[in-house]
Design a protein around this ligand. Structure first.
Ligand code: NAD
Length: 265
């Protein structure tokens, strides 16, 4: 049966992979993303509508639409949920995927960056889930999927803000799984390993070239040897995992690692 899905951070990267997976399975998907530029964090995204057009050109896809959301703002979250309910008649699945990264030693790490990372990666899950709660209850068959990370299962040097925000995302996932089970709402997380999105290519891989091919080549080289299954993860891998977790009706409270065997918890 076709479900209504809202994907935050759905305009590019992993979120877009999740949008594709749900749309290809015949679900109706609202792509919710920043409608304004955030140049400091390299989020210059007014292109959610282009995504919608591209998806509509593919054969055998469910319906898609796009709306603005800033997950750090409760009113904006409420508006995105209302836009979804108005457009598609309800909401069954919320994918809290929006996220940002910054790294650096604690001695130099900026307090404002710490707050911003937690505002998006952690509080954003709280605000969106709260805004969507009544619609998910009304669904009778609701699901929340949070994009956490392998960084939410093991710490990394110079990544205390990001890792802390993702450990918290898993804690929220487990708590809401228990709290919302009486409403038949499942709550799970995916923990991506290494996916070659802007998060890696623009933020985490130090690069001295703006040549896109070189950037991709450097990324492949530096991560492949770390991954037992021999390749970085793809946005399609994440779409597949999110679709599974959102539709498996007796799975709740898990944080599913999708990392090619690199991490086994
Ligand atoms: P990305 O930068 O390509 O996508 C992030 C998306 O989130 C963007 O579309 C951005 O506009 C959106 N976003 C940022 N702030 C927002 C806000 N305040 N409100 C709404 N949307 C906002 O990066 P990605 O790799 O696709 O990341 C997606 C998720 O996957 C994030 O939660 C990230 O932490 C997680 N993740 C990524 C990797 C990886 O290897 N790329 C690994 C583990 C986890």
């Amino acid at each position: 049966m076709s479900k209504v899905v809202l994907v935050t951070g759905g305009a590019r990267g992993i979120g877009l992979g999740i949008v594709h997976a749900f749309a290809a399975a015949g679900h109706r998907v609202m792509i919710a993303d920043l409608g304004h530029a955030d140049a400091d964090w390299n989020y210059n995204l007014a292109d959610a509508n282009q995504v919608q057009e591209a998806l509509e050109k593919e054969s055998a896809v469910g319906e898609v639409d796009a709306c603005d959301v800033d997950v750090t703002n409760f009113e904006s979250c409420q508006k995105a949920v209302a836009a979804t309910v108005e457009r598609f008649g309800g909401l069954d699945i919320l994918v809290n995927n929006a996220g940002i990264v910054n790294s650096g030693p604690i001695s130099e790490f900026d307090e404002g960056d710490w707050d911003k990372i937690f505002a998006v990666n952690t509080k954003g899950i709280f605000l969106m889930s709260k805004a969507a709660l009544e619609a998910l209850k009304a669904s009778g068959d609701g699901a929340i999927v949070n994009t956490a990370s392998i960084a939410g299962k093991e710490g990394n040097a110079n990544m205390s803000a990001y890792c802390g925000s993702k450990f918290a995302a898993i804690g929220i996932t487990q708590s809401l799984a228990l709290e919302l089970a009486p409403f038949n709402i499942t709550v799970n997380a995916i923990c991506p390993g290494i996916v070659g999105t802007a998060m890696w290519l623009e933020h985490l891989i130090p690069s001295n070239t703006m040549d896109e091919d070189k950037k991709n080549e450097n990324f492949e080289k530096s991560v492949t040897s770390m991954i037992p299954l021999g390749r970085p993860q793809t946005t399609e891998d994440m779409g597949q995992a999110a679709l599974y977790l959102a539709t498996a009706r007796n799975v709740s409270g898990i944080a599913l690692t999708v990392a090619g065997g690199m991490t086994m918890s």
